[in-house]
Design a protein. Structure first.
Length: 371
């Protein structure tokens, strides 16, 4: 919801209104630096989910929780935390851009959403000086330049929430950029989003493990415009070693989905990417919050929860049917057939026509040729 006020306009998300600089009509995509101090309405679901994750963290912490909106722009995410969360917590909002900081301070003074501390620092400097229980890293493009300092600045049992909008790079459109940034080879294919998300997680894992800390992914998902991961960080060599065991490379000549990769892909995170138990708590928390994207979030939770136990990677009915030169069967037919043959089969949020299964490729082939 938007209201124009001279140089500024107010936007409302959840139960929070903030001033943002007036913009040209907003687009659907990830936005860019040229947009100035930035408010992207397309990221409302991203921010709604961060409210639920922070409330979950507060509910599961014994001490007062320090929450940092590290790359804040207008500060909408941090002000939403201050206004919409309940319990024992304090909010810190940071942006190194002066125009952004001016706006954050205006919002702080005029909106008065509780006790918020505002910083105007380079996030990497701030995270070298102070540590937090929740760190939100929501940059333009790639988060790689913030992960080392976030790994140092996150407290034991804290959560790192991180967005990447360089999806083309992670999906393998620019493989050399992916190798440079993430130290990993991507795979431009039907499963590129899952590979990209796992490359991002693998990168975060390696950065965190350098400091004898380990990660547990809580909620991770991919959209057309961005990837988003929430990982819990635990101190200790044991957690670091356990996490590093989940990093692997998919060797050349293996099948990823139905496609054979012609080069080694990765290194990437091959462990679970959802913490299944969290979804029922997030649903309960969300029922007492005002959230603009609640219905879409619930649908996403259903899918993420369903695929939480599934193995890595998936098939899609349309790519398999073009591979086998048959017409695509209905998803229902695929699910009924694989279940009747005794296999597990799951929907996946990565694709509406995707399915994850423990059935071997010969079974899939037989199904496509006979159904
Ligand atoms: C995509 S915007 C953040 C959007 C915001 N999180 C939201 O939900 O509306 C990225 C912001 O990061 C800030 N930024 C970029 N590099 C930074 C750094 N090294 N330290 C602090 N802020 C930085 C930019 O000024 C910009 O305002």
């Amino acid at each position: 919801m938007k209201k124009k006020l001279g140089f500024f306009e107010t936007v409302t998300e959840g139960s929070t209104s903030v001033f943002v600089y007036k913009s040209k009509e907003s687009k659907k995509g990830p936005g860019s630096k040229q947009d100035g101090v930035f408010y992207n309405p397309a990221m409302e679901l991203n921010r709604d989910l961060s409210i639920l994750i922070c409330q979950w963290l507060i509910n599961n912490s014994k001490n007062k929780v320090k929450l940092l909106d590290g790359l804040a722009a207008s500060g909408i995410r941090g002000f939403r935390m201050a206004n919409e969360l309940e319990g024992s917590f304090e909010v810190f909002i940071n942006d190194y851009d002066e125009k952004a900081c001016f706006l954050i301070k205006k919002n702080q003074e005029e909106k008065k959403y509780g006790d918020v501390k505002v910083y105007n620092k380079n996030l990497n400097v701030l995270l070298s000086e102070e540590s937090f229980d929740y760190i939100d890293v929501d940059p333009f493009g790639s988060p790689v330049s913030f992960i080392d300092s976030a790994a140092r600045g996150i407290k034991n049992n804290g959560i790192l929430g991180c967005t990447a909008t360089d999806t083309a790079t992670l999906c393998g459109v620019y493989p050399r950029v992916c190798i440079r940034r993430y130290g990993a080879v991507p795979f431009y294919s039907v499963v590129m989003k899952e590979i990209g998300l796992r490359i991002l997680l693998g990168f975060i894992c390696r950065e965190v493990c350098k400091y004898d800390k380990g990660i547990t992914p809580l909620v991770c998902y991919a959209t057309d415009h961005y990837f988003r991961v929430y990982v819990r960080v635990k101190n200790g060599v044991k957690y670091a070693n356990d996490s590093m065991e989940k990093i692997g490379v998919i060797k050349q000549g293996n099948r990823i989905g139905f496609e054979k990769n012609t080069v080694d892909v990765g290194p990437l995170w091959l462990g679970k990417i959802q913490y299944k138990k969290i979804f029922s708590s997030l649903r309960t928390i969300s029922s007492s919050k005002k959230l603009g994207t609640k219905n879409v979030l619930w649908k996403l939770f259903d899918l993420l929860e369903e695929e939480a136990d599934a193995s890595c990677f998936f098939y899609t009915t349309d790519s398999l049917s073009s591979f086998f030169k048959t017409s695509p069967p209905k998803m229902e037919t695929v699910f009924d057939y694989l279940k009747s043959e005794g296999f597990d089969v799951f929907h996946t949020h990565f694709s509406p026509v995707g399915f994850k299964t423990n059935a071997g490729f010969e079974v899939i082939e037989k199904m496509f040729k006979t159904k």
